[in-house]
Design a protein around this ligand. Structure first.
Ligand code: PHE
Length: 338
């Protein structure tokens, strides 16, 4: 009997030695120590042993069981440790590595400058209006005193949708839409996209403008100059000189081109200002009485000024950017500088 148990012990020992993984550990445990395991059966059979032999037999059986249990457990531990080691090697997370950094975006340079410009005019009591980018010829031209076939239409390389519908070439049509809707006094700015069939280092088929106009009794050219000086000083610095130069737009009379002292050379003459010391930044003028007539305002009672500027141009001057196409290339090396 005792011999039999010792040979079971030897057998188990051999089997345990040859175990290769955790699965086999489990199988050997079931085989010897499970509910119907070889040793378990022997323990169950203790009752059939004679009373004299039972204590000795029980002791050997018990020792063998504990011995095998320990042996299996030790193997199990070493397999678990090896498995953990393997996992740590193949799936380790190195907490000392820097984390994945998702850079935060920011506003496009033209949006930054547009917001600055809007802030200036809001602080002066102007409010924002907008209008459609696909516009009737009537608002884009006709009501602004560009008769059909008038040569001034050639100044604006127009995208026609139909004979009567265009992509607006400027934000000035919103002057008409607003004046049709409201009575004076008005102090309005209109930021928005405009379209012209033109492309080079200074022109893109789509660009942004900001229109501004004021209508009231006794608005004068001095008001226009004063407001534009506040604007130029806020955007380009308090020492920036501003001058008005005679010009022509069908919807303003008189009309002016507004120049600022060259932001690059400060007036001494450079390539950007073509040695003149001045840079044109926007068009402006006193609203033409004909425009007032087309919206039903009495030009004997009301007067007003209007101006329009290109946002990309202002941004280029402010930051010294020499190619408008950089704004559209989405090159992060360029955009990250603002
Ligand atoms: N709309 C004109 C342009 O796009 C600019 C302008 C606006 C001029 C208002 C005078 C008054 O060229």
């Amino acid at each position: 009997m005792i011999k039999e148990i010792l040979s079971i012990k030897d057998l188990a020992q051999d089997e345990i030695k040859n175990i290769r993984d955790l699965k086999e550990v489990q199988a050997v445990r079931v085989k010897y120590l499970g509910k119907k395991g070889i040793l378990t059966e022997k323990i169950k059979a203790l009752g059939t042993i004679s009373k004299e032999d039972r204590p000795e037999f029980g002791r050997v059986l018990n020792e063998t069981k504990i011995y095998i249990e320990n042996l299996i457990s030790r193997h199990e531990e070493s397999f678990k440790a090896a498995e953990l080691d393997r996992l740590l090697k193949t799936q380790r997370i190195d907490v000392t590595l820097p984390g994945c950094f998702t850079p935060g975006g920011h506003l496009h340079p033209t949006s930054i400058v547009l917001e600055e410009i809007i802030d200036v005019f809001l602080s002066l009591g102007f409010r924002i209006e907008d209008g459609p980018e696909v516009e009737l010829d009537y608002y884009n031209f006709e009501a602004l005193n560009f008769p059909k076939d008038h040569p001034a239409r050639d100044m604006q390389d127009t995208f026609y949708v139909t004979d009567d519908v265009v992509l607006r070439t400027h934000t000035s049509p919103v002057q008409i839409r607003v004046m049709e809707k409201y009575k004076p006094p008005l102090k309005i700015i209109v930021p928005g996209k405009v379209y012209r069939c033109d492309a080079d280092v200074c022109h893109t088929p789509m660009f942004q403008q900001l229109e501004g106009f004021m209508v009231d009794k006794a608005v004068s050219m001095a008001d226009l100059k004063g407001i534009l000086e506040v604007f130029a000083h806020a955007i380009f610095g308090p020492d920036t000189p501003v001058r008005l130069r005679p010009s022509f737009f069908p919807f303003t009379e008189p009309s002016a081109e507004i120049d600022i002292g060259c932001v690059i050379c400060k007036g001494s003459g450079c390539n950007v200002c073509k040695q003149s010391g001045w840079i044109e930044i926007l068009g402006a003028g006193m609203i033409n009485p004909r425009v007032f007539k087309s919206v039903g305002y009495d030009p004997e009672v009301y007067s007003g000024f209007a101006f329009g500027m290109g946002i990309e141009r202002i941004t280029m001057l402010k930051y010294g950017i020499d190619d408008i196409r950089l704004f559209f290339e989405n090159d992060k090396r360029f955009l990250e500088q603002f």
